[in-house]
Design a protein around this ligand. Structure first.
Ligand SMILES: [Zn+2]
Length: 230
């Protein structure tokens, strides 16, 4: 199997608002509903995930709050945004050089607006470092520390984690479990099934380069259960 594509290439900002709305419209036309990871996980476990698509956003860009949330609300959809707790109100310092672009990240206030819109927040670590390359203690701080931060910042219990750069190993998975998360998403392509390890969930990447028809083809697949809108 080919290695998963670099996470940096699949961002919400590469999907225009118009295209994102067309995708939401298409999902609804297909009888599919966009939901949060909490609901998706519960449905995967009890076998009622059919017709549901988990919408996830990594990094916590400002436009998740300003653009995506209002559109999702219009369609009655929810979703989960994985934020980098140490970078709220800052920019994508971990790949700005690679992308040649500094993109604004949600402020604490915008994170509150995301939650107030009925959306869910998950953790994407404290500082978006490559967890496999860190000593265990530092990796645990990245994983558990961001969960603590979300509790003190917004009073929410973050149950879901997204691996920075999609990278993880057996040790990382164990730390995520130790920190108390219920699920963790990767960038390994695929639709999640009830039999999957909840701490290694695959996702389907949606980017601006992929045409709407290709997206619909995926959305219409009977195996499509959980996917990533980016
Ligand atoms: Zn990321």
């Amino acid at each position: 199997m080919a290695p998963p594509p670099a996470e940096a290439r699949f961002r919400l900002l590469y999907v225009s608002p118009e295209r994102f709305e067309r995708q939401l419209w298409a999902l609804r036309r297909l009888g599919l509903r966009g939901i949060s990871m909490s609901e998706g996980l519960a449905r995967l476990r009890n076998g009622t995930a059919r017709g549901c698509v988990v919408l996830t956003f990594d990094d916590g860009y400002t436009d998740a709050t300003t653009t995506a949330a209002p559109l999702m609300q219009r369609y009655g959809f929810t979703g989960t945004c994985y934020v980098v707790t140490g970078a709220l109100g800052a920019f994508n310092h971990w790949d700005a050089d690679y992308l040649g672009e500094r993109k604004p990240l949600m402020t604490h206030t915008q994170l509150g607006e995301w939650l107030a819109a009925g959306m869910e927040v998950g953790s994407h670590s404290v500082s978006h470092r490559r967890l496999q390359e860190l000593p265990q203690e530092a990796a645990l701080e990245e994983i558990a520390g961001s969960r603590d931060a979300l509790r003190s910042l917004c009073g929410v219990r973050a149950e879901h984690f997204a691996y920075p750069f999609g990278q993880f190993g057996a040790e990382t998975v164990e730390l995520v479990q130790r920190a108390g998360y219920s699920s963790a998403v990767t960038v390994q392509p695929g639709a999640a099934r009830g039999s999957d390890d909840p701490l290694r969930l695959p996702r389907i990447l949606v980017n601006g380069e992929r045409g709407l028809w290709s997206y619909l083809l995926h959305a219409a697949s009977p195996y499509a259960r959980l996917r990533r809108a980016h």
